[in-house]
Design a protein around this ligand. Structure first.
Ligand code: SAM
Ligand code: SF4
Ligand code: SF4
Length: 335
């Protein structure tokens, strides 16, 4: 079956595993409080894949060519003992193991995560000013704690730290330049993400998107930039280098410059459903066969079948109609 996957135009390289659908933030563009309130029904413990189940599937994905696993969520650091999962996954040879976090628990956990075998982290941070950050995360969490988490990650060797900033018009575009100034020369890589119409609860409108082009132009006016080559084929972020040697930034233009053609990602939800696209409306259940006694070969064939049948290209066909579809939520699938 590996042979079949190799022949595909889109090789299967990246696996994103959501380890929880819960989060201690309520970002307005991801888990708006009016939907994810105190009565929201998160997954029950019995529905969630256990660490051993995740690790077994990860080995199967590795056998199909996956080189990189990113743990995500919800907030992956709120999953109890997540470092034990990292230790199990890091025993699989040839895997690059990373994690995306809101940074709130990172100061406390960075050393333990690195010790368990995590290689790098991506930290989401949308503003440098507490008032704006609060408007974005809706839980009044201080920026300083996230910055301390970034420092702790760097000190633990989880480098380079990537910092993700989702830009939403009318919310935080005034923070673009302060963020660029703050992270220039630190060795951390700041990446600006176009606000996307993931899920169907965030009330996305095209007018709220600040385009990657505008972001690069704004930063380039203060600090001249030049394009840099991708690190690898299918890299999602476009790289830009400061001409004066101050490091680099990235822009992820998933709305204005679709990159479906090169999409090498697959996603495993907290409850064991497989999704080939961030904007999917339905997934393929792996938990039932996993718990029903399927052997590795059968699971491998199922995954390979899902991947070879994939034809998604949501970002290339996005319209005001598709934006209204009942898609899975970002907090469920993790980006
Ligand atoms: N809780 C973790 C965090 O915030 O980093 C991991 C999960 S979060 C869903 C993964 C990434 O998706 C974050 O960088 C977040 O900023 C991004 N994200 C969430 N909703 C988004 C949206 N509507 N458009 C663009 N990016 C979004
Ligand atoms: Fe939580 Fe991350 Fe979604 Fe924000 S973006 S609500 S931190 S899962
Ligand atoms: Fe991949 Fe779907 Fe995003 Fe296109 S829209 S790049 S297919 S996840």
């Amino acid at each position: 079956m590996k042979h079949t996957l190799d022949r595909l135009r889109r090789p299967l390289r990246d696996l994103r595993i959501s380890v929880t659908d819960r989060c201690n933030f309520r970002c307005v563009y991801c888990m708006p409080k009016q939907v994810f309130g105190s009565d929201y029904q998160f997954l029950e413990r019995s529905e969630i894949l256990q660490f051993e189940e995740i690790t077994r599937l990860a080995r199967i994905f590795r056998g199909l060519g996956v080189e990189k696993i990113r743990l995500t969520g919800g907030e992956p650091l709120v999953r109890r003992n997540v470092e034990q999962l990292i230790a199990q996954l890091s025993a699989i040879p040839g895997l690059d193991l990373t994690l995306t976090t809101n940074g709130s628990l990172l100061e406390r956990k960075a050393a333990v995560l690195a010790g368990a075998g995590l290689k790098r982290v991506t930290v989401s941070l949308d503003a440098l000013e507490d008032a704006t950050f609060k408007r974005m995360n809706d839980v009044d969490f201080p920026v300083a704690k996230v910055l301390a988490g970034i420092d702790a990650a760097a000190a633990a060797g989880l480098v380079p730290v990537k910092v993700n900033m989702v830009v939403k018009r009318g919310m935080n575009e005034k923070d673009i330049l302060p963020m660029a100034r703050r992270f220039r020369g630190t060795g951390h890589i700041l990446r600006f993400i176009e606000y996307m119409d993931v899920g169907h609860t965030n009330g996305w409108r095209m007018d709220d998107v600040v385009t990657a082009r505008d972001i690069v132009e704004a930063i380039g006016r203060e600090f001249p930039l030049e394009p840099a080559d991708p690190n690898y084929a299918g890299e999602v972020a476009q790289r830009w280098r400061y001409r004066d040697g101050g490091g680099e930034i990235g822009v992820i233009a998933s709305v204005t410059q679709a990159f479906c053609r090169d999409c090498t990602r697959i996603r495993l939800s907290t409850e064991g459903k497989l999704y080939t696209c961030l904007f999917a409306t339905a997934g393929h259940d792996l938990r039932a066969p996993l718990r029903g006694g399927a052997d590795d070969a059968a699971l491998r064939d199922t995954v390979a079948g899902v991947w070879t049948a994939r034809a998604d290209r949501y970002s290339e066909i996005r319209s005001s109609h598709t934006a209204r579809l009942e898609k899975i939520e970002m907090s469920y699938i993790g980006g």
